[in-house]
Write a protein that binds this ligand. Structure first.
Ligand code: HEC
Ligand code: HEC
Ligand code: HEC
Ligand code: HEC
Ligand code: HEC
Length: 496
């Protein structure tokens, strides 16, 4: 009964929206109509910073992302996946009945594209932990973090725990979409589950998604324009993490926010042990200190994170791993020592697949999130992950200098090329495939780390070998650590 009412309500709303492509800016002092409430542009005049940041964010471009469009199109053809993808990438288009598969997004009004203001701010309940089980109220109230919102003629306002970044409950709103299980029950993207299992979900010491991803303004600003508005701390709607737009030159503000996020994500230590070529052993320790979930997280089946490491003796390179020629996919390296951090998906036949809908199993070696901040708790060290170089055989000489650097490519070139080969990713009026591929440059994550005897900050004996470690981030190489999980079924870096 209620369901029938709600769908009729949304249908009426959709027809209204579709019939007026260009929603008029609200006259101040007027109550926004339902159609206007759905359209982010009607919020701009009173909430300019939230609007401008949101407009640059991945939420705004979630349904115009060329990779999304290509993959959704392929999924429709190969597996008839219906509204599975578009239900998260343009949820208002699904809720209003304007699309059932996302293939007609081009013809829909801007107000239904992406993850909109209305979609987040109308939520009144979270009815699950994955695949977007958010319930929207139909009362027109814009729910938010303000306990004492100034009354505005534009819309009714109301405080909500789900919209208050200072409450851990708010993570369940974000987590609802940031966690994906496909129709085979495969848990493909697990950001919310990872957060729930980490110290960041613990009361008192934890952090909500918004506390890391929605910066609070330094200065007091107007949160919403209206007579008598008192300045407050407001929150960034840029939502930086990893992805930058591919279809246009990324705006410097988002690019810088992403880079600074990545630069502070990891701590590292580089250790060299032994006395001669025969027993020389290089170890790199990585610790995911700043992400409230695994590193990388979310679309980890598309991410490619790897370590480039070189050892020198007398100025000559005696060993290297993870050196990827520009423009080629890291997965093509014939490098048995490669430390490649990502999820691999496998289909029904047990073959590797890049496509969500075919995935029956996931093999993961992501760097885990912190489990505790208490250094006396043994679980403290479970996020200190160590990789040994070389993994088999020995070095040609004892190194006098070793360098290591972490790279992160937001979308693997192997997946990209797969979408081009199937014909789903092709040149359009907006972009060419060549342009998109060039924008997928890997990010350097933090500084290059260098070990020499002189640069070492720690000396110890490990497994009987004299060892010294260098770190630019104060990570102790001598602390307990766990060996890096090796991929067993997807290469490279798979040992026979
Ligand atoms: C005519 C001006 C005006 C327009 C247009 C407007 N708002 Fe507001 N909004 C306000 C004012 C004023 C406040 C209260 C600000 C304060 O208390 O500091 C507010 C508060 C809010 C809040 C916080 C509510 C709370 O209790 O925390 C949200 C969320 C919000 N608006 C969303 C929107 C969205 C989404 C749109 C567009 C569909 C929109 N607003 C359009 C003036 C406006
Ligand atoms: C992905 C969900 C999401 C989207 C999309 C979104 N918001 Fe928000 N917004 C939030 C959350 C969460 C907060 C609360 C931050 C906090 O705890 O103070 C917030 C806070 C606000 C506030 C209160 C003032 C402030 O900055 O803290 C306003 C006003 C607001 N949003 C307006 C908008 C408008 C306008 C848009 C679209 C242009 C928009 N929001 C898009 C999640 C969203
Ligand atoms: C309706 C589903 C939905 C909700 C709710 C939602 N998101 Fe998102 N979010 C997405 C989608 C879809 C993308 C990716 C868009 C793209 O790149 O195609 C995204 C992207 C992001 C990104 C950028 C990821 C990257 O790799 O750069 C961040 C950060 C983010 N969301 C944080 C949040 C936070 C914090 C909240 C809660 C306040 C939230 N999201 C709520 C669907 C959602
Ligand atoms: C303690 C701070 C912190 C918390 C809490 C946190 N994040 Fe993040 N998040 C980060 C950092 C730093 C990165 C960038 C490094 C990375 O890729 O993991 C990131 C990355 C991401 C990404 C991109 C991941 C990728 O590699 O594709 C998404 C999406 C995201 N966060 C969403 C969320 C959501 C949703 C929550 C809450 C359930 C959340 N984050 C909680 C700090 C945090
Ligand atoms: C439960 C909600 C949800 C569903 C279902 C979903 N997505 Fe997403 N998608 C997200 C979120 C959240 C992100 C951001 C994750 C991140 O940055 O790590 C995202 C990111 C992406 C990205 C950009 C990140 C990248 O580089 O891979 C693409 C492309 C994408 N999704 C395609 C799809 C396709 C195609 C489908 C359907 C087969 C789909 N999504 C289904 C929520 C969803």
């Amino acid at each position: 009964m209620l369901e029938a009412f709600t769908s009729r309500f949304w249908l009426a709303l959709a027809l209204g929206v579709l019939s007026c492509e260009q929603s008029d800016a609200p006259a101040s002092g007027m109550q926004l109509s339902q159609e206007q409430l759905l359209d982010p542009r009607s919020c701009q005049s009173c909430h300019p910073s939230q609007y401008e940041e949101w407009a640059l964010s991945n939420h705004a471009r979630a349904s115009s992302d060329p990779l999304f469009l290509a993959m959704n199109q392929r999924g429709q053809r190969e597996a008839g996946i219906g509204d599975f993808c578009v239900n998260c990438h343009a949820p208002m288009a699904v809720r209003t009945g304007a699309t059932s598969d996302g293939l007609n997004l081009d013809s829909l009004p801007a107000s239904l594209q992406g993850v909109t203001c209305y979609y987040c701010h109308a939520v009144d309940a979270v009815e699950g932990t994955h695949n977007n089980p958010l319930r929207l109220a139909t009362d027109g109230v814009m729910r938010g973090p303000l306990q004492d919102p100034l009354a505005t003629p534009a819309h009714a306002s109301g405080y909500s725990l789900l919209h208050d970044r200072d409450r851990l409950e708010s993570a369940s709103l974000c987590g609802a979409c940031h966690d994906i299980v496909n129709e085979h029950g495969t848990h493909l993207e697990r950001t919310f589950a990872e957060w729930q299992g980490s110290v960041f979900a613990q009361p008192l010491v934890g952090n909500s998604c918004g506390q890391c991803h929605m910066d609070q303004s330094q200065e007091l600003k107007i949160a919403g324009a209206g007579p008598g508005a008192v300045p407050r701390r407001i929150h960034s709607h840029l939502f930086p993490a990893v992805d930058l737009p591919l279809e246009r030159e990324p705006e410097p503000v988002l690019r810088e926010a992403v880079q600074s996020f990545l630069d502070t994500s990891l701590q590292s230590a580089l250790c060299v042990g032994g006395t001669a070529a025969a027993d020389a052993r290089i170890q790199l320790v990585l610790d995911n200190v700043a992400a409230g979930h695994s590193w990388p997280s979310g679309a980890a089946q598309d991410r490619r994170a790897w370590v480039e490491l070189r050892a020198y003796a007398g100025g000559e390179v005696i060993y290297e791993s993870g050196v990827v020629p520009a423009g080629s996919s890291v997965t093509e390296l014939a490098d048995p020592d490669l430390w490649l951090i990502r999820d691999c998906l496998f289909d029904e036949q047990g073959e590797e697949t890049h496509m969500f809908w075919a995935a029956r199993e996931v093999e993961s070696n992501l760097l885990p999130a912190q489990l505790t901040f208490d250094t006396s708790d043994p679980r403290y060290y479970q996020s200190h992950v160590v990789q040994r170089y070389p993994r088999t055989g020995q070095l040609r000489a004892f190194p006098d200098r070793v360098t290591a650097r972490v790279w992160l490519q937001p979308f693997g070139l192997d997946v990209f090329d797969d979408l081009v080969a199937s014909g789903d990713l092709a040149d359009t009026e907006r972009y060419t495939v060549t342009e998109l591929r060039e924008r997928l440059q890997p990010y350097a994550v933090g500084e290059e780390l260098e070990w020499t005897q002189a640069a070492a900050t720690e000396r110890l004996v490990e497994e009987g070998l004299p060892t010294s470690c260098a770190s630019a981030t104060n990570l102790s190489g001598s602390a307990d650590k766990v060996p890096a999980v090796q991929h067993a079924r997807c290469g490279p870096g798979v040992l026979p």
